[in-house]
Design a protein around this ligand. Structure first.
Ligand SMILES: O=C(CO)[C@H](O)[C@H](O)COP(=O)(O)O
Ligand SMILES: [Fe+2]
Length: 221
């Protein structure tokens, strides 16, 4: 099954509620919220206040991607603001296992994100506790970057790891996902696709979302 998670990073921030409602109406599965701190990544975006403001706007799961150093400091704030899924970068956590347990302690789904250069083996001792693995297909920090194709074999490796253990962990990919790049990710085993600029930079967001989903679905047929 293909799930599409529009990233509001490329939405019009002055009309955020309408922008979220528009993609919900267009059939989005998750709302992807990119949190950047100007330290782990060279950009600053949104905090728990935005998650809290958007919580009553949509019934879709809020998929909160934390690109922040030492995320333990803010996990409680994002959980209380209404996040349904919180993903943290393995590269930003000194005690990744502890951080995963902290997310779960709030009853929130937990995910670990890997940068393009980070090997999948880092998941080995936490995978049993994860609801989601997020594989970056760009270096995090900005929307609208080009897809890094070298990550595709890592999708297959994570998929094999999950299947070997009989888990149902979701595999999300993020960065440069379009109707052209989704197919190879879907074939490799990803099932959740973040798309920011490929949806929000288009005039007809519903058509853009449908085209991306259709390309993913036909890749699996
Ligand atoms: O995490 C991110 C960047 O760090 C964003 O989710 C991602 O880049 C989405 O933007 P686009 O689809 O335009 O690449
Ligand atoms: Fe993201």
């Amino acid at each position: 099954m293909i799930k599409i998670a529009p990233s509001i990073l490329s939405a019009d921030f002055a009309r955020l509620a309408e922008e979220v409602r528009e993609v919900e109406k267009a059939g989005a599965d998750y709302i992807h919220i990119d949190v950047m701190d100007g330290q782990f990544v060279p950009n600053i975006t949104m905090g728990p206040n935005i998650v809290k403001a958007l919580r009553p706007v949509t019934t879709l799961p809020l998929d909160v991607h934390l690109m922040i150093a030492d995320p333990d400091r803010f996990i409680g704030d994002f959980a209380e603001a209404g996040a349904d899924i919180i993903t943290v970068h393995a590269e930003a956590c000194t005690h990744l296992h502890r951080t995963v347990q902290l997310i779960r302690s709030y009853g929130v789904k937990a995910g670990v994100v890997l940068n393009p250069h980070t090997p999948h083996e880092v998941l080995e001792y936490v995978i049993d506790d994860l609801d989601m693995v997020l594989l970056m297909t760009v270096n995090p920090g900005f929307g609208g970057q080009s897809f890094i194709r070298e990550v595709v074999p890592k999708i297959s490796k994570v998929c094999a790891m999950i299947r070997a253990r009989g888990l149902s962990t979701e595999i999300e990919v993020d960065g440069g996902i379009t109707a052209d790049t989704i197919a190879e990710c879907a074939k490799a085993g990803a099932n959740v696709f973040v798309a920011g600029s490929a949806i929000y930079n288009k005039e007809d967001r519903a058509a853009a979302l449908a085209a991306i989903r259709e390309a993913g679905v036909s890749a699996l047929q």
